[in-house]
Design a binder for this molecule. Structure first.
Ligand SMILES: C[S@@+](CC[C@H](N)C(=O)[O-])C[C@H]1O[C@@H](n2cnc3c(N)ncnc32)[C@H](O)[C@@H]1O
Length: 183
């Protein structure tokens, strides 16, 4: 997965990072491994079941102590995160195996991206995997692609990556690098 390759390139042991959509916990486990026992992962999801599944996976691997799981929307992350973060990862859409009607939404995702930018260290990264296809994701994709170019180019650089030859609406990746501290 390209998002994981980018995460590996920037995250070091001891870093503080955020999984903005824990879902079934796969990305949270991946990030918890990357930051090591001296690092910290904040994980957000609005579904109890997602938080429970994530907690179970982290416990099985002995990673729970380095993680803070929060059953609230990522748009509220500023309330919970007390330190600067190196990376914030969003895997948009609905939880695989869960209710398709409980999915991320363009407006709240954009609020969360702005909140994440405030918390990010300079040269820190926000990774957004946009799923669009099947029964949802199109309006969130369109909303984000309209709003992301409005982010201040003095503060961050936004890159948008697409697969050109894969079938069935493959996911898109957006990488946002923080260039300068916000005042
Ligand atoms: C595609 S899944 C995430 C997959 C996950 N990263 C994994 O590794 O299994 C998207 C998740 O976003 C959650 N979600 C939707 N709106 C949210 C919000 N405002 N804040 C946080 N999580 C949200 C959904 O409940 C769902 O579990």
């Amino acid at each position: 997965m390209m998002s994981h390759e980018y995460a590996k390139a920037v995250v070091k042991e001891g870093d503080c990072v955020v999984d903005a959509t824990t879902g079934n916990g796969n990305d949270t486990v991946f990030l918890a491994e990357l930051v090591g026992c001296t690092g910290k992962v904040y994980g957000f999801d609005i579904q109890h079941e997602a938080i429970d599944n994530t907690r179970k996976k982290l416990e099985e691997r002995g990673f729970l102590e380095r993680c803070v799981l929060i059953n609230d929307g990522h748009e509220n992350m500023a309330k919970y995160i007390t330190e600067p973060v190196k990376l914030v990862m969003f895997n948009l859409g609905y939880r695989p195996g869960g209710d398709h009607s409980i999915a991320t939404k363009g407006e709240t995702t954009m609020q969360a991206i702005r909140a994440a930018l405030e918390k990010l260290v300079v040269h820190g990264l926000i990774l957004v995997v946009i799923y669009h296809g099947g029964d949802s994701g199109f309006s969130e994709r369109d909303y984000l692609l309209a709003k992301l170019p409005e982010l201040n180019s003095k503060i961050c650089a936004v890159m948008h990556m697409n697969y050109l030859n894969l079938p069935n609406n493959p996911p898109m990746l957006v990488c946002i690098e923080k260039l300068k501290q916000t005042d």
